[in-house]
Design a protein around this ligand. Structure first.
Ligand code: GDP
Length: 198
């Protein structure tokens, strides 16, 4: 049975590891730098305008948001990172929560790492991607804001992302535009396939 991505409900925000969901349903976990368009990508996938919060004060909330999709899987939204104006206390909270999240076996079924199609992945992007890899889960890299590139820039930029993150030929990199909808079907297809393998 296909997953109906329009059937989605917010479940909870975890600010502490005790609240992580551990009920055995597959979890597809989204990560990305603040402002990369993570909320916009999620909203585009779900066909909603404002489900994940777009333009929420960047880096102000260190919490993991869980959405249940069609009763079959969770879409897990990790707090954005890399926002310069965040206090040290907030950054520490983020680090402590992520450390626990990535150290625990069996939480993540599939990682979705969102990067900016215009730029070289940041050091934080590389760290995050490697944390996903370290859990042994498959990871899809989504290069968002594709609509902001000139046609001639697309291939070189995608190649740069592949090189900096050290992707292999098998690793999936999906050019995406939350604004235009580019890549939506490909990403939904990949999520459906991998969430159902479990
Ligand atoms: P988040 O902090 O990663 O959740 O980012 P948001 O979803 O709040 O998006 C940050 C800004 O980028 C907003 O102004 C969005 O409208 C814009 N944005 C997000 N995705 C795209 C995209 O694919 N193309 C363009 N042109 N703008 C985008």
């Amino acid at each position: 049975m296909a997953i109906n991505f329009n059937r989605v409900e917010f479940v909870l925000s975890a600010v502490r590891p005790e609240a992580f969901i551990r009920d055995g349903l597959p979890q597809v976990t989204f990560a990305g730098r603040s402002n990369v368009g993570k909320s916009s990508v999620i909203n585009r996938l779900l066909g909603r305008k404002n489900f994940a919060r777009v333009g929420a004060t960047p880096g102000k909330t260190t919490q993991i948001n869980y959405f249940r999709v069609d009763g079959q899987m969770y879409l897990t939204d990790l707090p954005g990172y890399g926002y310069a104006q965040v206090s040290k206390a907030e950054r520490d909270r983020w680090g402590a929560l992520m450390e626990r999240y990535f150290a625990e076996q069996g939480l993540i079924t599939l990682g979705v790492q969102i990067v900016d199609a215009r730029h070289k992945p940041t050091a934080d992007d590389v760290t995050m991607y490697n944390w996903f890899k370290g859990t042994g889960c498959p990871v899809i890299v989504v290069a968002n804001k594709l609509d902001k590139l000139k046609k001639s820039e697309i291939e070189p930029n995608l190649q740069q992302i592949r090189t900096v993150l050290a992707l292999t030929q098998e690793d999936m990199l999906i050019p995406f535009s939350a604004e235009k909808g580019t890549g939506r079907d490909e990403l939904l297809g990949a999520i459906s396939r991998m969430a159902k393998k479990v």
